[in-house]
Design a protein around this ligand. Structure first.
Ligand code: SAH
Length: 241
């Protein structure tokens, strides 16, 4: 499947993912067309597979980036505020920024995306990757996108509340601090890896294995959690020594 959906250019890759039904939403397709993965993945950028970016991190496979955007799409509107935890290469942060902007990053909407990573070199790399396109440079200059070095397990309270939170590394629980930072209504997309032997009582109740969870904070503040599909992400950890 992976090779089948790959391409020799960014447009070919996205067209193939769309034709195979791996990207269904037109806005997501347009945003992914507008951001060249070649600026973010050092090798095989147009292959539908995760690629190493150094520091033990990977840029996720394009179909996973598509799924993440589609699960969050209702909350990625012009003007939305979004937190992207484990921003790594910065690719998805840029795609999300395209979704929360109107046409121009300088006019109209006040959408903003905060990318958080705990490795300074990756924060710097994400900024320089975005700097490879005029669109990326404009988004950074207008502070529509900001990359911050921090422990993503605590979120980024200064920018809260967020309409959407994307987590790009596997957590060990549905971090309550992150749920707190969601707007009502708002939605979080988070991979959670639960070791049945080490989980707390609360996390063990979620069941074992690594799955994407979609957490909705409803208008009345109530929380609804749903386990949606199995995945394999690198873990959300302490920073390397
Ligand atoms: N969305 C990124 C995924 C990068 S891989 C992309 O597609 O490029 C996961 C990232 O999570 C890595 O960059 C890693 O440094 C980061 N990470 C792991 N634990 C973290 C933590 N506690 N706080 C912030 N970032 C973390």
């Amino acid at each position: 499947m992976a090779w089948y959906c790959s391409g020799s250019t960014n447009n070919e890759l996205i067209e193939n993912l769309s034709r195979e039904g791996l990207i269904k939403d037109e806005r997501v397709k347009r945003a992914m067309m507008a951001v060249d993965r070649g600026h973010y993945a050092p090798s095989r950028p147009y292959s539908d597979s995760p690629q190493p970016i150094g520091h033990g991190a990977t840029i996720s496979a394009p179909h996973m980036h598509g799924h993440a955007c589609e699960y969050l799409i209702k909350y990625l509107q012009p003007g939305s505020r979004v937190l992207d935890i484990g921003s790594g290469s910065g690719y998805l942060t840029h795609v999300i920024a395209r979704l929360v902007m109107d046409q121009s990053p300088n006019e109209g909407s006040k959408g903003q995306v905060i990318g958080v990573d705990h490795i300074q070199e990756l924060v710097t790399m994400a900024e320089s990757n975005m700097g490879k396109s005029e669109d990326g440079r404009n988004l950074l200059a207008a502070e529509r996108v900001k990359f911050i070095k921090a422990d993503g397990r605590r979120g980024w309270p200064d920018g809260a509340p967020y309409d959407a939170i994307h987590v790009g590394a596997a957590a060990q629980e549905l971090h309550p601090l992150l749920v707190e930072q969601l707007r009502a209504p708002g939605r979080m997309f988070i991979p959670v890896d639960i070791d049945q032997n080490q989980g707390t009582l609360a996390s063990t109740a979620l069941g074992g294995g690594q799955y994407i969870w979609v957490v909705d904070k409803m208008e009345d503040g109530s929380i609804h959690k749903e386990k949606v599909f199995p995945v394999s992400y690198v873990p959300l950890t302490d920073p390397p020594k």
